[in-house]
Design a protein around this ligand. Structure first.
Ligand SMILES: Nc1nc2c(ncn2[C@@H]2O[C@H](COP(=O)(O)OP(=O)(O)OP(=O)(O)O)[C@@H](O)[C@H]2O)c(=O)[nH]1
Ligand SMILES: [Mg+2]
Length: 463
């Protein structure tokens, strides 16, 4: 990719919004060092800043008014995140102070960084490929530890390596085809269709299919699953939500109809982000507010990847339970019998007979019994549905990659068909070239600007 060094200097607050212990302002571009001289007064006066060294001093505005104490570091290109000159000011965390410093930088000629612009510059300078740039984004957004590992691996380029291997194979095939185009009358057979077909299948099509399957599985690590707790009023849904969260998040009372709206929280089960939803107990009701809550509960049931159908062991199965159970039976579900602390084993067994065909999990949300077993059961159902979490998934492609991989695969299949049909070599070469173009979209080697814009606009400012 052609590299045009940026002529302007960008700046932004690089730390998360809000008041923290420290706040970091990052400046990148040709004016970074001159800006440092204008803004920052080191405690020991000096005319020169050594690269990658931390200096203590004060930051002042254009009138010389001191805004904050800070640590400053100048990092000389190209050994920086953006490969440009970079300056970082580590200030106190106050948002007001950081804003004031930033304003001063803009007055001195810097300009506000756009979302993801630092990472975009790193990409444009050729320091990282697009899969790595996206990994930075994933790292920032990762919801669980496994998600962090997935992004970190992508950052190290594991996905990039796998794509490169496929790309090199396609280039080798294209090279052969081009020789055949250049020497049409040669007696020697330059390429053998059946050999090439096998090579295409094993070295290109199969790995592409594998990556697409991985992207499907990786989705659960990136996006997680939705688990909805459902049941009639008072069975202990909110108590279960609290037990799974290990905090008193939802109101719990002995009165039926306590939860009137859905409550959504996130937990992680073996690295899978679980979007947990407590719902209003479903029953016929005149109260318009509760009726709305029940309507919403039904909507959430439709979106659920898994429904936890909760039954009260003490009250036993009533017609209302059976009705609700009937309506969710087609969905992925687990029967959870709550309040086991209030009944004997004999009563539990009798209740279990109602669900002779499904596994049931017995818990006491109030006494926090059986919660771990329930988590294991949830994990088993998710994995049965979505596939095991494997080490390989750690370099799973994201949704954008998946779409492009599918296009690449389609182009390869077209090439395969054309080859089998005995199409002329120049036509074959066109198909291979289009597969290569698609693949380039993923790593950014030939990515059009609009794709780049879409990728980098998801970043926060300062990254
Ligand atoms: N003994 C016992 N009581 C429980 C258990 N789980 C919940 N309860 C009690 O059952 C009552 C209802 O609990 P909630 O968690 O509010 O029930 P809910 O299903 O969310 O009720 P709605 O929001 O009204 O639909 C409360 O008094 C809880 O303390 C349990 O495992 N054992
Ligand atoms: Mg409730």
């Amino acid at each position: 990719m052609a590299v045009h060094p940026a002529t302007d200097t960008i700046a932004a607050i690089a730390t998360a919004p809000g008041t923290g212990g420290i706040g970091i302002i990052r400046i990148s571009g040709p004016e970074a060092l001159p800006l440092l001289h204008k803004l920052f007064v080191p405690r020991k006066p000096r005319s020169h800043f050594t690269s990658h060294t931390l200096y203590y001093g004060t930051v002042a505005n254009r009138d010389g008014q001191i805004l904050d104490e800070a640590l400053a570091v100048y990092m000389q290109a190209p050994h920086t995140y953006t490969r440009e000159d970079v300056v970082e000011l580590h200030c106190h965390g106050s948002a007001l102070v950081l804003q004031a410093i930033l304003r001063t930088i803009f007055e001195w000629g810097g300009r506000p960084a756009e979302q993801g612009e630092f990472t975009k510059r790193a990409f444009l300078a050729g320091r990282i490929d697009l899969t790595r740039a996206e990994a930075v984004l994933d790292l920032l957004q990762a919801q669980t530890e496994v998600g962090v590992r997935l992004a970190a691996n992508q950052l190290q380029g594991q996905l990039f390596e796998r794509l490169e291997t496929i790309r090199r194979q396609l280039i080798a095939i294209l090279a052969l085809l081009e020789v055949a185009i250049d020497f049409p009358d040669d007696d020697v057979e330059i390429f053998n269709t059946s050999v090439m077909a096998i090579q295409l299948k094993t070295e290109v099509i199969a790995p592409l299919e594998r990556l697409i399957a991985l992207a499907e599985q990786g989705k659960i690590i990136r996006e997680g699953v939705t688990v909805v707790i459902a049941g009639r009023p008072n069975v202990g849904k909110s108590s279960l939500l609290n037990a799974l969260l290990r905090e008193e998040r939802a109101l719990v009372t002995p009165l039926p109809g306590t939860t009137r709206d859905t409550i959504e929280e996130r937990i992680a089960i073996h690295g899978i982000p679980v979007h947990l939803i407590d719902t209003a107990g479903i029953r016929m009701h005149e109260d318009p507010v509760e009726a709305l809550g029940i309507e919403r509960a039904r909507q959430k049931l439709d979106e659920a990847d898994l429904v936890l159908f909760l039954v009260d062991a003490f009250a036993g199965m009533e017609d209302r339970d059976r009705e609700l159970y009937h309506s969710i039976q087609e969905k992925n579900h687990l029967v959870v019998v709550n309040k086991q602390d209030l009944v004997t084993d004999g009563q539990l067994d009798a209740l279990a007979k109602e669900f002779s065909r499904t596994e049931i999990v017995k818990i006491s949300a109030k006494e926090e019994q059986g919660i771990e077993e329930l988590q294991e059961a949830i994990y088993r159902v998710i994995v049965a549905e979505k596939g095991e979490i494997s080490e390989e998934m750690i370099c799973a492609p994201n949704t954008r990659h998946r779409a492009v991989l599918a296009q690449t695969l389609e182009a390869c299949r077209k090439f395969e068909q054309a080859m089998v049909a005995g199409a002329p070599v120049d036509l074959l070469a066109v198909e291979v070239q289009s597969a290569l173009d698609y693949l380039g979209d993923i790593t950014g080697l030939t990515t059009p600007d609009d794709v780049l814009g879409a990728v980098f606009s998801q970043f926060c400012i300062g990254k």
